[in-house]
Design a binder for this molecule. Structure first.
Ligand code: GLA
Length: 373
């Protein structure tokens, strides 16, 4: 790679990566992991629309995959029974394509951010089994069909299982029972036979949740339905999950015959008040533990970087079974974790800081340094 002095200065400013003048060290994250897995980020609409040019620079430079942060969720893309809103999703797909990236669709069936009309009739009662099947089929066929051949893979069903291993009582489950999952996979495959299809959930290190998904994957496979991968969301913290259990889940999923994907990686630097990642569990508290409004202490910064280095060491160890690692956002300033599980805190969960500077653990990784254990 040839780097002009101007280019080098720009790269260093924007990424914080120590790009040496010698031509051997990979300067970008995607180049560094090119034999391991795809690497990417969730992209919000303002970014796609050019309102965060510095985020665009780091994403274009470092990542080879993008996922829609919100614009493909039911409430946004299908706000009324007879109305779809395509502008943002179209722009998102084009954004990824223009940059030659693997574009991930997120998500077709999810109880949260579901358009309010979807499971109800005019009287506010749940629709019948047949009506919900019809709605689900139309929804999935229309969206997946529109982007046929352009989406690398779809999160077909998001968050179907509770942390105790039982099925979540979503409208989909309450009306269709366990069948809603195979049906969704069938409809998605009908609409784009070449697209990869995934399950996705949080708290995947929990043994009962891991076992529940292994059973679902086995059932889908038994029925001859396409299932390519399982996303482990990975909204993690400094003291959770136990990386040994997290690793066991990776191995169990691979043994069940699917790719493992880390789909929503972010690690809070703030004290743990919440282990799961149920988006509706926002905590109200007077003491909001907003401890680092002016930046992290050296001690916490080191802890954060050391743990992220451990997490990536694990990903590299299992790069034969992991097909993608995606951060849930680009830089700390735009992360949802500033507002969850407690609103209005200053958090530091992503790969780039508020000045778009790459975090130390990755700078060291790119430089090939063996980070401290
Ligand atoms: C879940 C969803 C994502 C996103 C995050 C938090 O994990 O899968 O789409 O909403 O919560 O923002």
């Amino acid at each position: 790679m040839k780097t002009t002095l101007l280019g080098l200065t720009f790269l260093t400013l924007v990424t914080g990566a120590c790009v040496s003048a010698d031509d051997h060290s990979p300067a970008t994250v995607k180049e560094h992991f090119k034999h391991d897995f795809l690497i990417g980020a969730a992209i919000p609409v303002p970014h796609v629309n050019g309102l965060d040019p510095q985020a665009d620079s780091v994403v274009s430079l470092h990542f080879n995959s993008v996922v829609a942060e919100n614009c493909m969720k039911c409430e946004r893309i299908h706000p009324a029974a007879d109305r779809y809103f395509w502008d943002d999703a179209d722009a998102f797909v084009k954004y990824g394509e223009d940059r030659g990236m693997a574009v991930i669709g997120h998500c077709l069936v999810w109880h949260s951010q579901l358009a309010p009309w979807f499971p109800y009739d005019e009287d506010g009662n749940y629709v019948s089994v047949d009506v919900l099947k019809e709605r689900l089929k139309e929804h999935i066929h229309t969206i997946v069909g529109r982007y046929k051949g352009r989406i690398h893979g779809w999160d077909v069903v998001n968050e179907a299982i509770e942390d105790n291993g039982s099925y979540r009582h979503s409208p989909f489950y309450d009306i269709l029972g366990e069948e809603f999952i195979p049906l969704a996979f069938q409809y998605a495959h009908e609409a784009d036979p070449d697209a990869e299809l995934y399950l996705n959930d949080y708290s995947m290190a929990l043994p009962v949740k891991r076992d529940a998904y292994v059973r679902i994957i086995e059932e889908l496979k038994k029925r001859g339905l396409r299932i390519d991968g399982m996303g482990m969301q990975s909204h993690i913290g400094l003291d959770y999950p136990d990386l040994k259990e997290y690793e066991k889940t990776m191995v169990a999923l691979a043994d069940a015959g699917v790719d493992v994907m880390v789909t929503e990686l972010d690690m809070t630097a703030l004290p743990t008040v919440q282990h799961g990642a149920n988006v509706s569990d926002n905590i109200q508290s007077k003491d909001n533990k907003n401890l680092y409004m002016d930046g992290l202490s050296e001690e916490v910064l080191k802890k954060w970087n050391d743990r992220m280095a451990d997490v990536f060491r694990l990903y590299k160890k299992h790069s034969d079974i992991i097909s993608r690692v995606t951060f849930w956002g680009t830089h700390d300033g735009m992360s949802w974790r500033n507002d969850w599980p407690i609103k209005g805190r200053t958090d530091y969960p992503l790969l780039f800081d508020r000045d778009y500077k790459m975090k130390d653990f990755m700078v060291a990784e790119l430089a090939g340094e063996e980070t401290e254990k």
